[in-house]
Write a protein that binds this ligand. Structure first.
Ligand SMILES: Nc1ncnc2c1ncn2[C@@H]1O[C@H](COP(=O)(O)OP(=O)(O)OP(=O)(O)O)[C@@H](O)[C@H]1O
Ligand SMILES: [Mg+2]
Length: 228
């Protein structure tokens, strides 16, 4: 079996004076291509730490992160930056949009930063699917929270990443809007054959996933298909 994402005995320890905080304490976890995984768990259980390791934003104390079968820990700084830009789409809770750029400019920014030609048909298709086409020329500050989050999703998808990593992307939205936005994310990811790993506090949203991985104290305590 080939997995798109795999971790082996992943550990992240932080030394705080005399105490060791075990943010991740031996995570063995596999994700199939085009799977939609929800990660749930209490505050401080290690969810964001795990997502950061998967996206190469941080390095583990011990263990391995394999993306498409290759260890990302062996990549040099420059290679890692390219890996992140091309393979991973990040979506964060606080949209991180550039306030002075309009919606379209925000969405294509990562493609331009990568020095690639923008596939305008593809980008326009995403904007349409996410129902923000008519907001293309507007500045982020003039949009609602749900609209801004859809722009952030469009931006994460713009580089055609194989993997979407989302950390509480709808944490600031009401429940109905969260469902709508994540339903759209799921639909778009299906259409473009992407894998989603999503952290959420919301059990209803987790039900949208193919699998729900529950983390406690840096360990996986259950991994179920209840979301199917
Ligand atoms: N840079 C750091 N230095 C020290 N401890 C850290 C650091 N980053 C995270 N931790 C600790 O690691 C543990 C896991 O943190 P993490 O951010 O992964 O939790 P989380 O599950 O994402 O929580 P939340 O739901 O609140 O976002 C926590 O106990 C946290 O205090
Ligand atoms: Mg977190």
């Amino acid at each position: 079996m080939n997995y798109i994402v795999e971790t082996k005995h992943l550990k992240k320890y932080y030394q705080m004076g005399d105490t060791t905080v075990k943010a991740l304490d031996g995570i063995d976890f596999c994700v199939k291509d085009q799977e939609f995984i929800a990660i749930i768990g209490k505050s401080g259980s290690g969810k964001s730490t795990l997502l950061h390791m998967l996206g190469g934003l941080d390095t583990p104390t011990e263990g391995e992160v394999l993306i498409e079968g290759k260890s990302i820990l062996k990549l040099k700084k420059e290679q890692l930056a390219i890996f992140r830009r091309r393979k991973i789409g990040f979506i964060f809770q606080n949209y991180n949009l550039v306030p002075d750029l309009n919606v379209y400019e925000n969405v294509i920014l990562p493609v331009e930063l990568d020095g690639r030609k923008v596939d305008t048909e593809y980008v326009n298709g995403i904007l349409k699917l996410l129902r923000i086409s008519e907001k293309k020329d507007m500045l982020p500050g003039t949009l609602s929270g749900g609209q801004q989050q859809r722009v952030a999703i469009a931006r994460a998808l713009a580089t055609k990443p194989a993997i979407i990593l989302a950390d509480e992307p709808t944490g600031n939205l009401d429940s109905a809007t969260s469902h709508e936005v994540l339903g759209l994310l799921k639909m778009v990811a299906k259409q473009f054959c992407q894998t989603i790993i999503l952290i959420t506090h919301d059990r209803d949203i987790a039900q949208l996933a193919d699998r729900i991985v529950h983390i406690e104290d840096g360990k996986i305590v259950s991994d179920t298909k209840e979301g199917m």
